[in-house]
Design a protein around this ligand. Structure first.
Ligand code: F6R
Length: 369
């Protein structure tokens, strides 16, 4: 049932191009418009939405953090992403014009379920993004957009994460379409580029041998840090989470801009630091800033592991290890940038002799608060 792979996680990493393509299937028409008929929240209600709140846990929360950038950029609706376990207890401000998006692979996560119940009690509309048909979270929501990742068996989430991102982009673009904000060439071209992502994820998977080799060489390290900016920041958080849960290593993700506000004190000789570099096209300010962050940490002895767009020559001189990924629009980069981090964590776990599919102390579905 592992389809020739040693672990379900490896199989599920490899299934990502298909999972992404399946999640897009039937949702984009030939003209490049979205038809999300399943989202049974009527157009007039969506047009009235004045705030989006995303609630989720763990990896799904990281998908939600990335969704915030896309939703605000494409719809201009203010969006917050919040840990489901924190949400309810701070008396959040919600009403009929709030759209709450609950993201969950299993559809059974108790913290997320309690958050959505609370939101509905306040009159908010809840849209679930879920991978498990008929599970509790979609049943209790006003609407659901299913991700089509197929069953995810490994405890560490991989293909479900990528499909959650795809679903979030679709929701963001759909909101833009329904409300007429930013619905023009820019969005149509993003829809086209989303359709290319499956092939690009495949390309990334083809080039992972050096990443595995690098991971094996770091098996005796104690700490790995991850840095990113913009949508690369949640990718850094996700890279760190994967490493904690699989390799049982101390790993932390930071916004690169926060370095000088504290974390740079951690940098010491030969400390591995993974940096997710935004595309040099588009927002070149971000790119320039992260290049100086890489220089700063390298000057202090860090071993820099740089994930950057193919052809990004500006980072090459400062990268001890360069992991190249295909060029994508800025907001879509997490779909390709996360993949090497999954492979990295999986290989490190294997090298350290850990149980990849069933890490200690963790359960696939967390049905207690
Ligand atoms: C990490 C991981 C967990 C889940 C989290 C939410 O690899 O799998 O962090 O993402 O427990 O689970 P769902 O998405 O089922 O609500």
């Amino acid at each position: 049932e592992k389809g020739g792979y040693d672990y379900f996680m490896l199989k599920e990493i490899a299934e990502q191009p298909k999972a992404v393509a399946d999640t897009l299937l039937g949702r984009i028409d030939a003209a490049g418009s979205l038809s999300l008929d399943e989202v049974r929240i009527p157009g007039p209600v969506l047009r009235e939405v004045d705030k989006v709140v995303i609630v989720a846990c763990g990896t799904a929360y990281h998908a939600g953090l990335i969704a915030k950038y896309a939703i605000e950029h494409w719809t201009r609706i203010p969006c917050e992403t919040e840990l489901a376990s924190e949400f309810r207890y701070r008396d959040p401000i919600l009403d009929q014009r709030t759209l709450v998006i609950a993201i969950s692979q299993s559809g059974e996560t108790m913290d997320t379920l309690m958050a959505l119940r609370h939101a509905r009690e306040q009159g908010a509309k809840v849209l679930a993004i879920c991978n498990t048909n008929g599970s509790t979270i979609p049943r209790e929501s006003d609407a659901v957009l299913y991700t089509h990742a197929g069953p995810e068996v490994a405890v560490a989430s991989t293909k479900a994460f990528l499909t959650q991102l795809v679903a979030c982009y679709l929701v963001a673009l759909y909101l833009g379409q329904v409300r007429g904000t930013k619905w023009g060439d820019e969005v149509r071209s993003v829809v086209r580029e989303l359709s290319d992502i499956a092939t690009q994820v495949d390309e990334v998977l083809e080039t992972m041998e050096p990443v595995r080799e690098l991971a094996r060489s770091l098996a005796d390290k104690g700490t790995v840090l991850f840095l990113g900016r913009h949508v690369g920041y949640p990718v850094a958080l996700e890279g760190a989470l994967k490493l904690k849960e699989l390799a049982y290593m101390h790993a932390e993700g930071f916004a690169a801009g926060e370095l000088k506000h504290g974390p740079i004190a951690l940098i010491e000789e030969d400390l591995p630091v993974v940096v997710v570099v935004p595309s040099p096209r588009g927002r070149s300010v971000l790119h320039d800033k992260i290049v100086s962050n890489i220089q700063e940490i390298r000057a202090r002895g860090a071993r820099t592991i740089v994930i950057a767009e193919r052809g990004d020559e500006a980072v090459r001189p400062y990268a001890d290890h360069l992991i190249e990924i295909p060029a994508t629009p800025v907001l879509l980069q997490p779909l390709v940038a996360t993949v090497p981090l999954q492979v990295f964590a999986c290989e490190l776990a294997t090298a350290r002799g850990n149980e990849v599919d069933q890490p200690r102390n963790l359960a696939k579905s967390v049905t207690v608060e």
